[in-house]
Ligand binder design. Structure first.
Ligand code: CP3
Length: 348
């Protein structure tokens, strides 16, 4: 089959990421695929669960495109999960209904780390690259497609802890008790992640985002030692598309993050765009950061808070988003109010 390279009809996201002129601020939502849409739940109900859905490329493509059709966002993000990487390295995960991910086996020792392989992406993650190819074809250039991966520290946290946690104390303890082994594991995750992101780009991803969802539980010294160097390796290895890094709650990391080769830096809702701009300088694009809970409020409040957020970021070098993923019980109409407000108010 011949897939011709397509011109994008809407490339606002890519232009904003590169710091080029845009007619208005682009907007998409973290976790826009799945969760909130009844149309997603219908597809989800036709399979055994999240993992089967993510591993069925035609269905993954279908739910990736739903928010573009229904919400009119300026980008699609491929339907998958950050935890496909540990699985491809030899540590499979389960997704427990309404509770989240769980690893039946966790990493505790040097022998456990040595047993893991660097992911053979072509073999074990071809379902993601196939889903990307199908999505690109079906999008037909309407909007860019975002590929993604977890940051090495966040993936490490799940692999050692075995599930979500308030403190991730097992994972943090390993950083203190065996830094050498921790670096060995982080390096294996990094090598897997670089291969994975390259494969996503080769399949058609137009921009990639690295999610450091558990950045905020590390001390700033730990973040400097155990996250920043691996984020740097990823940024340096991936050169042909714009890159975004989102380090949730990492208030002390902006100066270090701004020195890495990511064009866009994500902000959660606790962060002040004016202060962050001061630290990172004019040559970065900022993404975010409406509090997801604003979307529980009425239309007038959503409009008011969205306008305020856009004013704080100011004209140019901004990609509008929430400060974290959209919550599952948000009314899709309220998401539409947010998207329409960005399009209506954005600083020209
Ligand atoms: O719309 C999108 O953003 C694309 C799909 C996507 C999923 N997970 C699908 C998913 C993306 C980008 C992710 C990233 C992800 N996964 C992160 C980083 C972003 C963040 O939220 O900080 C993290 C930490 C995970 C790990 C994970 N996966 C958790 C904690 C959970 C359970 C709770 C939850 O958020 O739903 C998941 C499950 C998951 N990932 C679901 C979906 C649609 C729900 C599973 C289901 O449908 O049964």
């Amino acid at each position: 089959m011949y897939i011709c390279s397509m011109e994008l009809k809407n490339d606002l996201l890519l232009r904003a990421a590169k710091g080029e002129k845009v007619e208005r601020t682009p907007v998409w939502l973290m976790r826009q695929a799945g969760r909130i849409l009844p149309e997603y739940r219908k597809v989800r109900a036709s399979v055994s669960g999240f993992i089967e859905l993510a591993q069925t490329p035609e269905l993954a493509a279908e739910v990736t495109i739903q928010p573009v059709d229904i919400l009119d966002v300026d980008a699609a993000i491929i339907f998958s999960d950050i935890l496909v990487i540990p699985e491809a390295m030899g540590l499979p995960y389960e997704m427990i209904e309404k509770r989240g991910p769980r690893f039946p086996e966790t990493i505790k020792s040097k022998a456990d780390v040595e047993k893991l392989s660097v992911a053979n992406v072509e073999e074990s993650l071809s379902y993601v690259t196939k889903a990307i190819q199908i999505t690109k074809k079906e999008l037909n250039g309407r909007v860019p497609l975002i590929g993604f991966a977890g940051a090495p520290w966040t993936i490490f946290a799940y692999m050692v802890e075995g599930s979500g946690s308030k403190t991730f104390s097992k994972a943090k303890a390993m950083l203190y008790t065996d830094p050498e082994l921790s670096h060995q594991l982080l390096q294996k995750i990094t090598d897997s992640t670089i291969a994975y992101l390259k494969a996503q780009i080769a399949a058609g991803a137009d921009l990639v985002q690295v999610f450091d969802s558990w950045a905020g539980i590390l001390s700033h010294q730990q973040y400097k030692e155990f996250s920043i160097p691996y984020l740097k390796k990823i940024a340096d290895a991936i050169q042909n598309v714009p890159k975004t890094v989102f380090a949730k709650d990492a208030h002390a990391a902006f100066s270090d993050l701004s020195k890495l080769d990511y064009q866009t830096i994500g902000l959660d809702w606790t962060m002040n765009p004016v202060e962050v701009r001061d630290i990172v300088g004019a040559n970065k694009t900022l993404q975010g950061n409406l509090d997801p809970c604003v979307l529980y409020a009425d239309k007038a409040s959503i409009r008011k808070h969205t306008k305020k957020m856009l004013e704080e970021f100011g004209a140019g070098r901004h990609i509008a988003n929430l400060g974290h993923g959209v919550y599952p019980d948000i009314n899709p109409d309220h998401v539409k109010y947010f998207i329409e407000a960005v399009k209506g108010f954005s600083v020209k």
